[in-house]
Design a protein around this ligand. Structure first.
Ligand SMILES: *Cc1c(COP(=O)(O)O)cnc(C)c1O
Length: 389
């Protein structure tokens, strides 16, 4: 017997599907195997120098030592609005349509507390970043799964959502460029989402963490570029992946003022905003020289080309992604996501993420993150080619 009975919301957490892989990883490590971890979506390269320099300057300034403004420094919010105009030609009011976040995960996790009552529905994609479903559960809501399938280019099929579910739904989460499938969406899809959301009065939450990580000249759009999108939607951004800043914890949400305001009201009662020195560094990231971003794109595109080629030569089936640092790879005949991930780890020391860990419709796939250097990726390919599938 536990002394303290956990709340229902903790008991309702879905099983942690990476447990088996974590256990095996520890086991293999003890044997002294040289593990190549292609599992985590955490950039391996450091934050660019000029951003670190701004952080150092700002840490020294006592003006930044006090509580920050809850919704974000006005300089930061103005910078975000400036960037949206420059990058997407979307106009935002920094006063009411922008809020700074302690990483976009924080904002996504808190949003359902502002709009979901017990029993309310959120439309949640699967496979997906797990936070959409878990945050819905924490708010007492129910997730209605929108499967992301290869035959639909990993976009949700809105036609298959029963109208009584759509009418009960308060929120819809979408995420393009997508983690884990690396699929992209065009404005035509976003247009259909806006029409659907308007019809059923749904607040759309677009997780846009990867719009700035795209290759071969492709520029992913913002959901807010579509006419009417701001009436029904908001967008979550992160500096984590674009600028190698996962450890810094800074992101922002923008768009519909009721959505942004609701999230801000929750946040102001839970946290007290983002350390101002970090927001200053964020301003430097967004306004400063973007050569570092171009350089990261060059590095990831080269890694992608290397890995796609090598995986194909080793007998795997996959498409080369236009965006994100993930490869979403079909599991060969005779394997499940879990059995393949286990076999790879045991025989080659490669850690990959089984697709079903992101939700049941991800079964039959595994994900590789391109967060190892070229030399390690070449080594990974060698090992894969030495394995008999
Ligand atoms: C990494 C990631 C995030 C979280 O980013 P933070 O800003 O570091 O919290 C959000 N959504 C997706 C899909 C991600 O992959």
């Amino acid at each position: 017997m536990e002394r303290f009975e956990a709340a229902e919301r903790l008991k309702q957490l879905p099983p942690y599907l990476f447990k088996e892989i974590d256990r095996k990883k520890a086991e293999v490590k003890v044997k002294g195997v040289d593990i190549i971890d292609l599992g985590v979506g955490d950039p391996d390269l450091p934050t660019p120098e000029h951003i670190i320099a701004e952080m150092k300057r700002s840490v020294d300034d006592p003006a930044n030592h006090r509580y920050p403004s809850y919704s974000g420094m006005s300089d930061f919010k103005e910078t975000v609005a400036w960037w949206y105009k420059e990058r997407f030609n979307v106009v935002l009011d920094p006063g009411t349509e922008v809020v700074s976040l302690i990483g976009s995960k924080e904002g996504i996790a808190h949003l359902p507390l502002a709009f979901i009552n017990p029993g309310d529905v959120a439309l949640v994609p699967s496979p997906a970043y797990p936070v959409y479903n878990i945050a819905t559960i924490f708010a007492g809501g129910e997730s209605h799964v929108m499967p992301l399938l290869s035959k639909n280019n990993f976009l949700p099929d809105l036609e298959t959502i029963p109208s009584e579910v759509a009418d009960r739904a308060k929120l819809m989460f979408i995420n393009y460029p997508n983690n884990p499938t690396s699929a992209v969406a065009d404005l035509d899809f976003f247009q259909r989402v806006v029409a659907f959301a308007q019809k059923h009065n749904i607040l759309v939450c677009h997780d846009a963490a990867y719009t700035e990580m795209a290759f071969d000249g492709y520029r992913p759009p913002s959901f807010l570029e579509v006419d009417g999108a701001k009436e029904v939607g908001m967008e979550f951004h992160s500096l984590s992946k674009t600028y190698n800043m996962t450890g810094w914890r800074i992101g922002f949400a923008v768009g519909n003022s009721e959505g942004v305001g609701g999230l801000g009201a929750i946040k102001s009662n839970i946290d007290s905003g983002v350390f101002q020195a970090v927001q200053k560094a964020g301003i430097e990231a967004i306004r400063g020289d973007q050569a570092c971003v171009k350089e990261m794109h060059r590095i990831y595109a080269a890694r992608r080309d290397l890995m796609v080629q090598g995986l194909k030569e080793a007998g795997f089936e996959l498409d080369a992604p236009k965006a994100t640092f993930y490869l979403w790879i079909r599991v060969p005949e005779g394997y499940t996501s879990a059995s393949l991930a286990a076999r790879l780890l045991e025989e080659t020391g490669l850690v990959v993420t089984p697709g079903n860990g992101f939700g049941e419709p991800g079964e039959g796939y595994f994900r590789i993150a391109l967060t190892q250097n070229k030399k390690r990726l070449v080594e990974a390919i060698e090992r894969l080619k030495g394995m008999r599938l």
